[in-house]
Design a protein around this ligand. Sequence first.
Ligand code: PEP
Ligand code: MG
Length: 325
Amino acid sequence: RQEQYRALREKPTRSQDGVDVSLYLNAGLLVDLPHIEETGADGVGLFRTELQFMVATSLPKTAAQEALYRSVLEAARGKPVTFRTLDVGGDKVLPYMSMESEENPALGWRAIRLGLDRPALLRTQVRAMLRAAAGRELRIMFPMVAAVSEFDEAVAVVQRERARLDAHGHRAPTSMSLGVMVEVPSLLFQLDEIARKADFLSVGSNDLMQFLYAADRGNPRIANRFDPLSRGFLRSLRAVARAGAKHGTPVTLCGEMAARPLEAMALLAVGYRAMSVSPAAVGPVKTMLLSLDVAEAASVVEPLIDAEDGPSCLRPALQAYAAKR
Ligand code: PEP
Ligand code: MG
């Protein structure tokens, strides 16, 4: 199997009917980077910067952050890397940062909320990214954005840091793209605005599923109660893909969902052309894609999604289609 997947590395990631798809990797540490070369992935679609903070015993200094980001960009050898700003709080606690305990940490003071309320933290991180990407492409995305104004505020922080760097004569990134994670359901009702403003969108299906279905992503008792291959969730995902297409804003999906071939097939059918997965998933997802007729899959999946009755879970129907094609 591994050998088989390795042989796929050089093959274009293109479906039977000629649809080109980008496959990126999810990463969080420098040791993840060699997987780009091994899998032939197009870059890093999600770099979880909190990993560095979680393995440290004290808050990493700007210089240490900058050094990591520079090493990551170097290891990616010109392929794009999307850095996500710190996504701590909730279940991801930093032992050296005192945080009040919260009754509902998943819904609490976390990610961009913390970043905007403690701008020094966000500013430091953005500064480290800007410096690390001198003379290179820089892509930053913000986690847990729930309101368009939060993205505006985050962009303002980046612009201020950028201006400060320019004023000090630092070499700037060659280009800068600022994106938003779509993982809080409120954004589903602000898609036009956010797609117009952001340079790219990336769906965090783990959290979007958790918040849309009010189902704790870490609770095994309800782990199988709701299926991402359900009408409600697929309609939500399709709405994001459509908003991106309408506004010419690239859309990626970087949750675990895309790592499973059947789920990835459904994503292609509803319009996704870029996904970010764990290294081990590149082979299986690419194998599925190479044999898939995307237009045909869409013609099967779309009516199922639009149907007004029938089971809300579409997994059996999608499995039946996948088995006989
Ligand atoms: C997600 O929520 O789907 C996601 C990609 O981010 P994380 O799993 O780090 O919350
Ligand atoms: Mg998330």
